[in-house]
Ligand binder design. Structure first.
Ligand SMILES: [Fe+2]
Length: 261
């Protein structure tokens, strides 16, 4: 396993995406996923380079980052949505199309297995802690990288007067101040948000802020702090006491986990 394998899989991903990008009409959704994939793989490399992980974990995480959203392309082509509940589990589609296209050809068997494990696990709400340690390490790394880029995508999306595309934020309802009490209460208890409870745009922002409880690697938290994503999100929410309390709870959590830096 070498750098050349990662390059090869990156090329295969590009070749897989190309026909979708060439489709007439609405190709914004496909471009979004290609760009997301490229950034997620860069973030995964960065986290791996700054963390104590084995070479095997490092390679598998980089491959899984490249392949995690392969299923988004056939999903959007068939259903015109990124909402899994209304279409199909896109992680399962990613595995199916990775295998069908033999996109992991020439990759050693142990790394293939770790890669596919992280792809299928990248969108589960919580990782089963009974997983083998290396599977867990790869899945956590990919999930952190994915989330860090979604922070960026969401902030770019919500800061536009006219959001670029309804699928980016999965059709949440726009409103300057409305939010759901259930979403806020869950986050105040330190739980991560649940897509099923999201109604308003502010619910979505809160859920994304709550992902901090599900970031695993220290370097991921550092990237989050460096990029100022949490401040951007909270600055765009109404200045209500309960929301301010959540803000200080979340910022406190970040500071505590990064203490000693
Ligand atoms: Fe995904």
């Amino acid at each position: 396993m070498s750098e050349a394998h990662v390059e090869l899989v990156a090329k295969r991903f590009q070749a897989f995406a190309e026909p979708f990008l060439a489709e007439p009409g609405d190709n914004f959704a496909y471009r979004l996923k290609v760009e997301h994939t490229i950034r997620v793989s860069a973030i995964a490399t960065d986290i791996a380079d700054h963390s104590r992980v084995s070479e095997r974990v490092r390679f598998a995480a980089r491959l899984a980052a490249l392949l995690h959203d392969v299923g988004r392309f056939p999903q959007y082509k068939r259903y015109r949505t990124f909402r899994d509940a209304e279409s199909a589990n896109h992680a399962a589609l990613s595995v199916r199309h990775t295998l069908r296209g033999d996109m992991l050809a020439d990759v050693p068997e142990d790394i293939r297995r770790l890669t596919l494990g992280a792809v299928i696990l990248h969108n589960v709400r919580a990782l089963p802690l009974t997983l083998p340690p290396e599977t867990l390490a790869v899945a956590r790394l990919v999930r952190d990288s994915d989330k860090l880029d979604i922070f960026r995508v969401m902030i770019a999306h919500f800061s536009q007067e006219t959001p670029q595309h309804p699928e980016v934020a999965l059709h949440v309802k726009p409103h300057p101040t409305a939010y759901s009490q259930a979403v806020l209460d869950g986050l105040l208890r330190g739980e991560t948000g649940d897509y099923r409870h999201i109604v308003w745009v502010n619910d979505f922002k809160l859920m994304v802020a709550g992902w901090i409880y599900d970031l695993n690697y220290r370097h991921s938290l550092k990237l989050l702090r460096e990029r100022g994503y949490l401040d951007t999100i909270f600055d765009s929410l109404p200045a209500e006491p309960k929301l301010l309390a959540l803000r200080s709870q979340i910022m406190g959590h970040l500071a505590q986990r990064l203490a000693g830096d």
